[in-house]
Design a protein around this ligand. Sequence first.
Ligand code: NDP
Length: 330
Amino acid sequence: TVYTPSPNRYDSMTYNHAGESGLKLPAISLGFWHNFGDTTPYDTMRRIVFTAFDNGITHFDLANNYGPEPGSAEKNCGRLLHEYFHHHRDELIISTKAGYEMWTGPYGDLGSRKYLLASLDQSLKRLNLDYVDIFYHHHMDPSTPLEETMGALATAVNSGKALYVGLSNYDGPTLEKATAILDEMHVPFIINQNRYNIFDRTVERNGLKETAHRLGKGLITFSPLAQGLLTNRYLNGVPADSRIAHDGRFLQQSALTPERLQQIRDLNDLAAERGQTLAEMSLAWLLHDGMVASVLVGASRPQQLIDNIGALRNTSFSDEELRRIDKISL
Ligand code: NDP
């Protein structure tokens, strides 16, 4: 297959600065957590990334452990980049992370300098890259001094292996401490990656969203569709090709309680009144106040990306609509 990207690929996507940095991210980014491991046909992955890039989705998000097996999403991404995006490296933002368990023994997880820098080297090999654009610490590690973890991120940048650094799954107070350390070292720390969707408002409660905004740091939100719950996927049962049915590692049937299903139906009705699908409204809701630079979606097929980009046609909400969303979901 020869891939020629669409010449119109930058015509309709919105790009937002990651906080006060110079780096712009597409309002919709593509995550490799699911559907890029060794259980997905290579042709499916290829079609998803072609559709993404053809529509201005310039950011692919990975982590050392994405699979299955851990590492295989990076390996498959590396193959895709090598085979089809060789001439487009400078048009792409590739991120990866370290924090969760990647190999056995005391140096294969958490936040030590030993683990983070070894993991980044392994990621670069799998990805076939000299550098990643963003290197994240994947989750807070209270057992390691923050200075050590932030020092490892600084080394990643200073050695040319990452252009920017990010923090994932941090809370407001820890973000504030980390920022002070990184600022002192002049590290280009620009972005937070956290779960945020209509059903999960943790970042509004733990200070992350407010602190990131106040400090001029960006926010990219993962599982914006609650892994597919905030779409029409489960309105009429569990389709055989859905995440719940075919990959229940992180989303199980037990998530579909009668209360949850009723909320999904009520939100779906509200979305219809707005002339949107539930997926579109859920993504638009995240983008409406300008505090989220990018929503990081997953996709099991190209059409889902096209549908999700449709969210950008209307990201404004009346106060009444926002109140109704809260009333249904909280
Ligand atoms: P989403 O909430 O966007 O869920 C994606 C899934 O929803 C798809 O795989 C698909 O599932 C379904 N879907 C997507 N679009 C539609 C649509 N238009 N209509 C119907 N169904 C749709 O995000 P993810 O949970 O996948 O997370 C996204 C990314 O965030 C990850 O790939 C990863 O990069 C990042 N992430 C980061 C974490 C961290 O700790 N930093 C943790 C988790 C994720 P189906 O298979 O049913 O078609």
